[in-house]
Structure formats: structure tokens, C-alpha cells
Write a protein that binds this ligand. Structure first.
Ligand code: PEP
Length: 251
């Protein structure tokens, strides 16, 4: 059985006090969870230690939103895998479209980041997604295949247990536009088939593939009902504890 996951990407939101408040609200609401969905929260770097300590005795995991590809050295302003490990964080989001777009993260760089993270025992939530233009040109399958091929399909078969994929069509992130359940299922099935071809069916069947892009309690039930949709990577709606838990209760 694949793991069901609902992960909240808090992006550059919530200072320390706001982080503490939101974490407490989420933690307090976990007793209303009606399934065993894995919850993950990804606050900003400065609040990871607080989050990791606050959630220590819970089943909620803490993820970083990024990590540097190198282990240490003269990389001013960057954060390493060891720094994350030392504050109790062993999960990282990589390849988010905002990192690709605003910070120039390329497929080869992401490949390096994935390798570094895996080498240090991290779980990686790896994001892929096409732009609106790419979808309108009917290039979306090719774009996703290339993103996976150039950044992820080098990893060893054994390490797939540490990978979660998030399909996030760029045109649906923060726009209020959601992919239809049919569009999400179609792409998730395509991704799973690629993994089966490149590795094997058992590996493909074991990978949780999350959908991301304007997921909210109003659309999560239909999205999560799709055969190959194993949960969501949530942006805006993850900043509200009630919505976040409602989404987690949508399976
Ligand atoms: C995201 O940034 O990963 C995301 C899915 O954002 P939103 O839910 O706000 O579209």
C-alpha cells in the first residue's frame, strides 16, 4: 500500500511567532484526523528547529523547502544537508517551480541536489510540472518526462523508497486554477508508467505521487479519489490549520 501524504509548503510565510501558532493549531487538530495520512510541514529555514522540536513527539514530519547541492564551504547564504540533519530535519522539497523559475535551478543542478540529499539519508519530495504554454502546445508529457529523466532517473532502484514525487502544473500554483481530477490522474499514471519502464512495476507501485496546485478542501476529495493520486503538496491552503486538516481528511 502506498503512503498517503499531505504536505504543506509554507514558502516565505510565517515569522517565528506565526510559525508557533500555526504549528500548535495543526497539532491540536490532529485528533480530528480520520485516517493515517502522513502530514508534512515545510516552514522557512529559520523556523525549522522550532518546528522539529515542537513536533518531535508527533507523527508530523518537518521538511525543508530547499537545500544546497554541496556539503559545505564558501556558499554564502546557503544551507547544507548537515545543517538540516542537525536540527532534526530529514525531508526536503526539491525542484519546486518557484526555485526553477526565480532561482535558476536547472535539471542538472537538481540532479546534484537529489544525490546529495539521498546520500545523507533524506527523503526527497521532488516537484515536476509544466507551464501553461507547454500544456497548450501539448508538450506536457514530454516536459515532465525530461524533468524526471535529467534529475531523478539516475538514482539507484533501492533509493526510490526515499522519493515522493509532486506533480505541480505551474499554471495551477497559487492561481486558483486546479488541474481537473482527470488531468491529474492522467499525468500521475504517466509518471508511474515511466518509473515502471525505467525501473520496474513494483518500484513504480511503491512511489507516492502527490498533486499540487491550488488544492483546497473544496477540490481535494475528487483529486485524492484518483487511482494514482496519493495526496497533495499544498501551498496557500496549508497556511490555515483547518483547511490543511480538512484536506488530509479528504481520502
Ligand atoms: C505549491 O507551491 O507547492 C502549491 C501547490 O501552491 P498552491 O497550493 O498555493 O497553489
Amino acid at each position: 500500500m502506498r503512503k498517503k501524504i499531505v504536505a504543506g509548503n509554507w514558502k516565505m510565510n510565517c515569522n517565528l511567532d506565526e510559525t508557533k501558532t500555526l504549528l500548535k493549531e495543526i497539532k491540536d487538530k490532529t485528533n480530528t484526523l480520520n485516517n493515517n495520512t502522513q502530514l508534512i510541514v515545510a516552514p522557512a529555514f529559520t523556523n525549522l528547529l522550532t518546528a522539529a522540536e515542537f513536533l518531535k513527539e508527533t507523527n508530523i514530519k518537518v521538511a525543508a523547502q530547499n537545500v544546497h547541492a554541496e556539503e559545505k564551504g564558501a556558499f554564502t547564504g546557503e544551507i547544507s544537508v548537515d545543517m538540516l540533519s542537525s536540527v532534526g530535519v530529514k525531508t526536503v522539497i526539491l525542484g519546486h517551480s518557484e526555485r526553477r523559475k526565480y532561482f535558476g535551478e536547472t535539471k542538472p543542478l537538481l540532479n546534484k541536489k537529489v544525490n546529495t540529499a539521498l546520500r545523507h539519508g533524506f527523503e526527497v519530495i521532488f516537484c515536476v510540472g509544466e507551464s501553461l504554454e507547454e500544456r497548450e502546445k501539448n508538450n506536457h508529457f514530454k516536459v515532465i518526462e525530461e524533468q524526471l529523466d535529467k534529475s531523478l532517473f539516475y538514482i539507484k532502484k533501492e533509493t526510490w523508497k526515499k522519493i515522493v514525487i509532486a506533480y505541480e502544473p505551474v499554471w495551477a500554483i497559487g492561481t486558483g486554477k486546479t488541474a481537473s481530477a482527470k488531468q491529474a490522474q492522467e499525468m500521475h499514471a504517466f509518471i508511474r508508467e515511466l518509473i515502471a519502464q525505467k525501473y520496474d512495476q513494483a518500484t513504480a507501485d511503491g512511489v507516492s505521487i502527490l498533486y499540487g496546485g491550488s488544492v483546497k478542501p473544496e477540490n481535494s476529495t475528487e483529486l485524492f479519489a484518483q487511482k494514482d493520486v496519493d495526496g497533495g503538496l499544498i501551498g496557500g491552503a496549508a497556511l490555515n490549520a483547518e483547511s490543511f486538516i480538512k484536506i488530509a481528511n479528504s481520502f
